[in-house]
Design a protein around this ligand. Structure first.
Ligand code: FES
Length: 836
């Protein structure tokens, strides 16, 4: 049996509702004053406790009983119907202690009837709040394990015999929290409650703790209207904008914000594990902080009302300040790329088509004449374009301008100067980068980068796939989020460059296999577990309108071919950009992203593998980690003291990947951590500069190194372990590829380093921590966002698109999890000694 001490919140409006003031604004002034005073007094004396146990049971349908292992049972149709499907039951007794009851009785005896009533109502509100906190803790824990939870039911509720309260008291030990049940089945303290709920895989989590519809107390002033919880207002501030959202009491803040398309940071999808969903909350009744949440917050956060949205259930009106995540800093330059290695030959072309006007001698129809001039007997003309044909031809005096793709006429106009654009998109698990390209010249006109909106449902591909498996409508939700973001990017380009979306005729997409499945709205379930089978690997070419992407209605989207469940078109894009597939000499390419993809080879053959490096090197899974956004600490150096830089010189908000690598390298150089990655004690570091030594701190019970005093940003022991896992996975991948290829590090001619922060990392530091083999550090050529460059190349050159299929055919995929030597190399590579 377990005992929990949970925080309670007492909202004055709810106390007033209990008192009978349905509209709290109309309560008399003196009542408001008394309520406020009584709440203040109550908060110090409430002793909220829950004792509970998790029990297995058997169902006897004939006897309509749920039978526990010791022979005790619950009976009746109501309990069987509510709980039989559960895998186990939670039996609980909750109490707020006896002090409120004592105060209420004292007030009555002194004739202070109003105060007595107020204290009584406060007791009810506190008990409700305690039950809500307990239910929220249960549902979150169950959700994490893929279980659902029913709402609480109690003996005496509906037609459940109240005498079965005694069964609960026999099966758990409420005396341990000071609650007794007397012979008349009354609990002492009075403000206590005995409840049961079912937890199981086949159960859908209920929308509220207790269902008012099933409660017999018809006149309860707190009864929810039409089964709906009370409405609360949330004022959300983001940047210079403000939005008002109406929500229901008890709803989770993280879910409310994401449902309303407010992008808050968060990489675990609200599962309480990443600590990234920080928001500032202002509410009249400050929300208390749960122990689990406290681990992610430092003193600065707590003082500044920063909370993790996924830990907060809304109970009253509140203001929420969402931090601005400015577009990520993505490398768009490409020093390592040769630009003269392919010809500009887009599929989209503009043709001027001048036909003879109709005459008695030439009575051919418009379309025939058009085909004749173009020399395209089999020209495809969509109905929409056909409808416009007669008018456009005549308006232009039979001298039109058409946009043609292959043998299809995509649009026509009577002006010869109309624009013609394409967009290349790299869908990363963390970041999206889109390039606007002028299809007449092949020149890049604009670039836009933003965080992947799906990331709130998990930082890595497996969490996203799990969301599509576990959540109702999960696949549609992730697909919609992506399409919506792509349409927003298109709108951004149109506004920024003063162009019409109809002038965008083609888009190319690269991304890992999961991202491309989610883009097309295709189930990616098979990728999550062995044998990691995706639904498709082929390249697709479809009309953009089929996906709801708003470019020219006849425009196309193309996705590049995929290699395996974990190596996608983004890797093909990088290979294309590096030209390694056309080189005689052996090259190594690795893309450090949320996953680490690696390729080795030359024009003869290539081997590829993917490591579950995790998102640590992109700042996720790191206590104060962040993406490459404004304010991210991107380089760190220890001299006399810690020196760091941030993106755009903004105030520090967290540490991004390149900063993470620098910190570990410096901790190693100064001997602050040993070769197993463990922090040394201050005594062991007596010889180093005291300014550095004093930065060794305790962060919520974990050893940590303070990077910035003002914001409290630090790097913890747990963070070092995350990076060790990531770098060991990448190193092991590189080693296995070279072994399989039968080459030594010396025989590798070039090392192409791709990835959003590839150009920003300090290669020497990356080699010092063992992310890159030291023997290769002088051969490194950062190519920036190689995947994005590959997407641009395929947009502006049909030959480049064809080359992607050749690359796919040339690559052999190696599954590391089935490679015998992987585990050994991985474990050896965890230590820093191995690499220094
Ligand atoms: S901890 Fe809230 S989203 Fe991860």
């Amino acid at each position: 049996m377990r005992i929990l001490k949970l925080p309670v919140e007492i909202d004055d409006k709810i106390v007033l509702e209990y008192l009978g003031y349905k509209d709290s604004a109309k309560a008399p002034f003196d009542v408001l004053g008394r309520v406020e005073k009584c709440i203040k007094k109550s908060l110090d004396i409430i002793e909220s406790r829950v004792c509970y146990d998790k029990l297995k049971f058997d169902v006897d349908l004939a006897a309509r009983r749920l039978i526990f292992p010791n022979g005790e049972f619950f009976s009746g149709d109501y309990v069987v119907k509510k709980l039989a499907k559960a895998d186990y039951l939670i039996l609980a007794v909750a109490t707020i202690g006896k002090q409120i009851e004592r105060l209420s009785t004292e007030c009555f005896s002194k004739g202070h009837v109003l105060d007595a009533l107020i204290f009584d109502c406060i007791g009810n509100v506190a008990l409700d709040s305690l039950m809500a906190a307990f239910w929220s803790a249960l549902t979150l824990d169950a959700k994490r394990r893929g279980f659902g939870v029913t709402n609480f039911i109690s003996p005496g509720q509906n037609v459940w015999d109240i005498r079965e309260q005694a069964v609960i008291f026999k099966l758990i030990d409420p005396l341990s929290i000071g609650v007794r049940l007397n012979e008349s089945l009354m609990m002492s303290p009075e403000k206590s409650l005995a409840v049961v709920c079912g937890v199981g895989k086949k159960i859908k989590t209920a929308g509220e703790t207790i269902s008012c519809d099933e409660c017999g107390m018809e006149n309860c002033s707190y009864k929810k209207k039409n089964g709906q919880a009370r409405q609360v207002k949330i004022y959300v501030y983001f940047g210079n904008e403000k939005k008002q959202i109406l929500a229901r009491q008890g709803e989770n803040l993280f879910e409310i914000l994401t449902k309303n398309n407010l992008n808050i940071p968060g990489s675990c999808g609200g599962k309480h594990t990443c600590g990234k969903c920080k928001v500032k909350i202002k509410t009249k009744n400050q929300l208390s902080i749960m122990e689990e949440e406290r681990h992610f917050l430092n003193e600065h956060d707590i003082k500044n009302h920063i909370r993790l949205a996924c830990f907060c259930d809304v109970n009253s009106d509140m203001a929420v300040f969402v931090p601005q995540t400015n577009p990520a800093k993505i490398l768009v330059k490409s020093e390592g790329i040769r630009k003269d290695s392919f010809c500009f030959n887009p599929r989209i072309k503009r043709a001027n088509i001048a036909t003879e006007p109709p005459s008695i001698d030439d009575q051919r129809d418009d379309l025939t004449k058009l085909k004749h001039v173009l020399g395209a007997k089999h020209l495809k003309v969509p109905v929409k374009v056909l409808k416009e044909l007669p008018e456009v031809m005549r308006k232009s005096d039979f001298d039109i301008s058409g946009v043609i793709r292959g043998n299809e006429l995509l649009s026509m106009s009577n002006s010869h100067g109309s624009d013609m654009y394409g967009v290349a998109v790299d869908i990363g698990t963390t970041t999206l980068v889109a390039y606007l390209v002028d299809m007449a010249t092949g020149q890049q006109k604009g670039v836009y980068s933003c965080l992947n909106p799906q990331r709130i449902y998990g930082a890595d591909v497996i969490s996203r796939i799990n969301h599509t498996i576990e959540a109702d409508g999960g696949l549609e939700r992730l697909n919609n989020l992506m399409i919506k973001e792509i349409n927003a990017i298109i709108e951004y380009f149109c506004n920024e460059y003063n162009m019409a979306r109809e002038h965008i005729y083609e888009m190319t997409f690269v991304g890992n296999t999961t991202m491309i499945h989610l883009l097309l709205g295709v189930s990616c379930k098979g990728i999550a577990s062995a044998p990691y089978n995706p639904a498709f690997l082929k390249s697709f070419e479809i009309k953009a309108k089929e996906l709801g992407i708003k470019i020219n209605p006849e425009g196309y989207i193309i996705t590049l071919p995929l290699i395996s469940g974990f190596i996608g078109g983004d890797t093909i894009g990088c290979i294309l950009a590096s030209r390694m597939y056309a080189d005689d000499k052996i090259s190594l390419l690795f893309d450090i992203g949320t996953n680490g993809e690696m390729v080795i080879g030359n024009k003869q053959n290539m081997l590829a593998c993917s490591t579950a490096a995790g998102p640590a090197l992109e700042g996720a899974n790191i206590t104060f980690g962040t993406g490459g956004i404004e304010g991210a600490i991107d380089s760190v150096d220890f001299g006399e003291d810690v020196l760091y830089t941030t993106i755009n010189d903004a105030d520090p908000i967290g540490i991004c990947g390149s900063g993470v690598i620098d910190i570990i390298a410096q901790l190693l150089r100064y001997g602050i951590i040993d070769n197993t990655g463990k922090f040394k004690s201050k005594q062991e570091l007596e010889n180093i500069n005291h300014l550095i030594r004093e930065r060794l701190i305790d962060f919520n019970g974990i050893k940590a190194f303070l990077i910035d005093e003002k914001s409290g940003i630090c790097f913890t022991q747990r963070d070092i372990r995350e990076v060790q896992l990531a770098k060991a996975a990448i190193y092991a991948g590189i080693k296995i590829l070279t072994d399989e290829m039968g080459v030594s590090f010396d025989e590798i001619n070039k090392v192409f380093l791709a990835g959003g922060f590839g150009n920003y990392i300090n290669v020497k530091n990356a080699a010092a921590i063992g992310l890159i083999p030291r023997e290769l550090q002088n051969k490194v050529i950062p190519i920036g966002n190689g995947a994005g460059i590959g997407a641009i190349n395929t947009l502006i050159s049909h030959e480049e698109l064809k080359a992607t299929q050749l690359i796919k055919d040339k690559i052999e995929y190696i599954e590391l999890s089935t490679t015998p030597s992987f585990e050994k190399i991985f474990i050896n590579s965890m230590s820093f000694n191995y690499c220094l």
